[in-house]
Design a protein around this ligand. Structure first.
Ligand code: F58
Length: 796
């Protein structure tokens, strides 16, 4: 599809036209917000041209469509993404500058769309970008949360949450589709009438569609992200209003809206659990109806479904889509149960993102049956059919009074995939051991990837420019071409330029941190960064313990030749996860003391940046010297931050966990700082009842760091504040922080040594970039298209 050629004066006119007629503003009085909206609309117009053409072509060609169902899409900002994907950076900049406006200011005015928690949601966003770049006809389906992931701030070092309000200002990227409203039922009962099973829900909520076009690289293709918002079937009761009960008059509307109000409401109480399950059914059922409506508009034989559609369940959150499709095919469309099951099975696929037992979704069957009575019957029949075909009782989706969404997803799915080679192996050996034995071809691996457009080209324009100058620009859509950089790495002149880029990125981060947080970081120091959700298995506490031990050692010998470091942390803890919040508090307390210590502050600084989100990651990743990927082996399914850092020239210090294994294979073991136990050693070690005490006894540094937690060094105003963390590590330490500490310390000192040889370090960093091409989400999506979906690109 040819892109229309526009001159920049043309674009300037478009910008002015939108400022005038869309925003109703005169350039003289326009605020950054007005300019952002005008620019967004001008860019959006171009995207819509591609979008309409792509949609038309999808209908014409009637190829297989991919449906990616995900409770989360962590897309972040869209304006910069659109400008880069359309290759309009210079045009946009010039147009703004001609009105005296600075593009960075305008881009930074956009709030992040934080419709996700972390890796799983960000992966979905990278996949959308790759699907459009590749030209695979696809739709993302999710929920239009009015409030995305909470905002994080610190009060006296403690995490405080406040609602996120990305929709407070008009959101220029979405198109409301009032004509696409689907009624979704809950509760009620099931009847048998005229030879048919009929579900009569007690409650109805409407799902209204909002579409966002997702444009791929160079604007050649655009797919749709369709998000559902909750609406009342009858929003307003005039009688109640007239009787003076104004609040009750709009109660239906308020209740219906709660369903798309927040991302993952707390599910520690019954009401929260129910809302979560309702959210899952709400968006899955609306999506299935929509998929069938689109299919029906072009076909009249349901047997063709598996040939025309592939549904991907992003984790188990949309797992109910399976029984829902089956229910419609059987109860409403009159197919036999067996036929409906067969068709459903061949349309559905499931991606697993975790082996943590507490994260595998299970629903109390009473709650489930109360909300979805017909689906509970259907799940029983799915189990029966599976049992008949494979007599093995322990494998049911419904047992012990629970509905098990992992088992259900596995049984329903044609393909089940893990997200890194190690994770996929462990899936076969642990959570899905028996199911895998019954269906040995079902599990496949698709190692995650990240989009090079956002995670190199746009977030690191200086490096992108150097790469393009060196090897041409084809790498942007074919990331493995980065290997062509290798000969240049031998050239000291080129390597110096690579280092200059890193230094400039670090300086820009310093400016940002100084401007926003009033902290001056030392740009000469090594920037050692750990950014991700807060979780014990990710072991931010291992990092801070090592930092404490390091600080103690510097104090012992302040004049030694220490390698200056800045330790940067960012990440949110779930609102109810108190231990993780205490780790944040600890890091902030350590930062307070260490940064004020005149004896050490030239060589060690610690900072926890608040409100980690996609935009902050885009600033941090290009400025990193060292990437911390230190999870307990066997616990991190893949990781994707690890890939972003390596791609941007930050070597990893890490365990052999998740995709770290493959990163190390690609970049070379000499360019990766490995430490820690392997997944099977972890399992063995845990059997030792006193593993932590043994580790503590063997390493005085560890003992001393733990002692500092106990004696109130970091919280003199409340000396007992961190005793429970020290106790947890000493007496339980499920994630083996103590057992890995000594080797982590060793690896960190190796890092120090390596960093002192700045030329060798630059080479190692550049090799990380040159050899990370395999971690493009384009490669991952090609894998899904070929191994799982059987889908084809429609770009000639
Ligand atoms: C993440 N999972 C994995 N889950 O932890 C990470 O290793 C992997 O790289 C990534 O998926 C993509 O495959 C993840 O982000 C969640 O956020 C859950 C969502 C539901 C509530 C509990 C957290």
């Amino acid at each position: 599809m040819a892109r229309s050629v526009q001159t920049s004066s043309n674009f300037r006119d478009a910008l002015l036209r939108h400022l005038t007629y869309t925003m109703g503003k005169d350039p003289e009085h326009a605020q950054p917000f007005d300019w952002r909206m005008a620019l967004s609309h001008a860019i959006r117009d171009r995207i819509v041209d591609t979008w309409v053409a792509s949609t038309r072509k999808t209908y014409e060609q009637d190829g297989k469509r991919v449906y990616y169902l995900s409770m989360e899409f962590l897309i972040g900002r869209l304006l910069e993404d659109g400008i880069f994907n359309l290759d309009m950076v210079e045009e946009a900049k010039e147009a703004l500058e001609s009105f005296g406006m600075d593009m960075r200011t305008i881009l930074d005015d956009e709030p992040d769309a934080a419709l996700g928690n972390g890796g799983l949601g960000r992966l979905a966003a990278c996949f959308l970008d790759s699907l459009s770049t590749i030209g695979c006809p696809a739709y993302g389906y999710g929920i239009r949360y009015e409030n995305g992931l909470f905002k994080q701030s610190f009060v006296d070092g403690c995490q405080v949450e406040s609602p996120e309000t990305w929709l407070q200002e008009p959101h220029p990227w979405e198109f409301e589709r009032p004509e696409v409203r689907i009624n979704i039922g809950f509760g009620g009962d099931v009847h048998f009438e005229n030879g048919k099973t009929v579900w009569r829900p007690a409650e109805m909520i409407q799902a209204e569609a909002f579409d966002t076009p997702i444009v791929g690289w160079q604007g050649r293709w655009a797919n749709t992200l369709r998000l559902w918002a909750g609406r009342a079937v009858d929003p307003f009761d005039l009688d109640l209003f007239n009787s003076g009960d104004f609040a009750a008059a709009s109660e239906h509307e308020a209740l219906a809206r709660t369903i798309s109000r927040v991302l993952y409401p707390e599910d520690s109480n019954e009401a929260g659990k129910e809302l979560r399950l309702k959210q899952e059914y709400f968006f899955s059922a609306a999506s299935i109806r929509d998929i069938l409506r689109r299919f029906d508009s072009q076909h009249n034989d349901l047997k063709l479904l598996p040939e025309k559609i592939a549904i991907q369940l992003n984790d188990t959150h949309p797992a109910i889509a399976g029984p829902e499709l089956l229910r419609i095919l059987h109860d409403e469309r009159g197919l036999s149960f067996e036929e409906a099951l067969h068709i459903t099975h061949h349309c559905m696929n499931y991606t697993n993102h975790t082996l943590l037992p507490e994260a595998l979704e299970r629903w109390d069957e009473r709650l489930f049956g109360r909300l979805l009575p017909r689906h509970l019957d259907i799940i029983n029949r799915i189990d029966d059919a599976h049992y008949k075909a494979n007599p093995h009782r322990t494998l049911s989706a419904r047992s012990d009074g629970q509905v098990k969404m992992g088992e259900l997803s596995f049984i329903m799915a044609n393909r089940v995939n893990g997200v890194s080679a190690l994770h996929t192996d462990l899936m076969k050996q642990t959570v899905f051991k028996e199911l895998n034995a019954l269906h040995p071809d079902r599990i496949v691996n698709e190692t995650n990837g990240v989009t090079p457009r956002r995670w190199l080209h746009s977030c690191n324009p200086a490096l992108s420019g150097l790469i393009t100058e060196t090897i041409g620009e084809d790498w942007i859509a074919d990331l493995e071409q980065l290997e062509k950089l290798e000969p240049s790495i031998e050239d000291q002149g080129w390597l110096d330029r690579f280092t200059d880029v890193k230094n400039a990125n670090k300086a820009a981060l310093c400016d940002y941190v100084a401007g926003v947080h009033g902290v001056n970081l030392n740009p000469e120091a090594m920037f050692d960064i750990q950014i991700k959700r807060m979780h014990e298995y990710k072991r931010q506490h291992l990092n801070i313990l090592e930092t404490i031990a390091h600080w103690q050692e510097i104090r012992d010998n302040p004049t030694a030749d220490w390698v200056p470091r800045v330790k940067i942390f960012a990440g949110k803890a779930a609102q109810g996860y108190h231990f993780a919040k205490d780790i944040i508090h600890l890091i902030n307390d350590v930062a307070k003391l260490v940064n004020a210590d005149a004896a050490t502050r030239d060589v060690l600084q610690v900072i926890f940046l608040p409100n980690y989100n996609v935009s902050l990651a885009e600033r941090l990743v290009p400025a990193a010297d060292l990437s911390e990927q230190i999870s307990t082996a066997g616990k991190e399914a893949s990781g994707t931050g690890n890939m972003k850092f390596a791609l941007n020239g930050a070597p990893t210090i890490g365990t052999l966990d998740g995709a770290n294994v493959e990163i190390r294979d690609h970049v070379g073991k000499e360019n990766f700082f490995l430490f820690g136990m392997l997944a099977d050693e972890v399992m063995q070690r845990r059997m030792m009842h006193d593993h932590a005490q043994q580790a503590i006894n063997a390493d005085p540094r560890l003992g001393r760091a733990l002692e500092a937690l106990r004696d109130g060094t970091f919280s003199p105003e409340d000396p007992g504040r961190y005793t429970h963390i020290a106790d947890n590590l000493t007496w339980s330490d499920y994630f083996l922080v103590c057992s890995d500490f000594t080797d982590y310390w060793r690896a960190q000192r190796e890092v120090d040594k390596a960093y002192q040889d700045r030329k060798a370090w630059a080479k190692m960093a550049a090799l990380n970039t040159a050899r990370s091409g395999w971690f493009s989400s384009d490669r991952t999506i090609h894998g899904y298209m070929c191994d799982i979906w059987g889908a084809k690109s429609l770009i000639p």
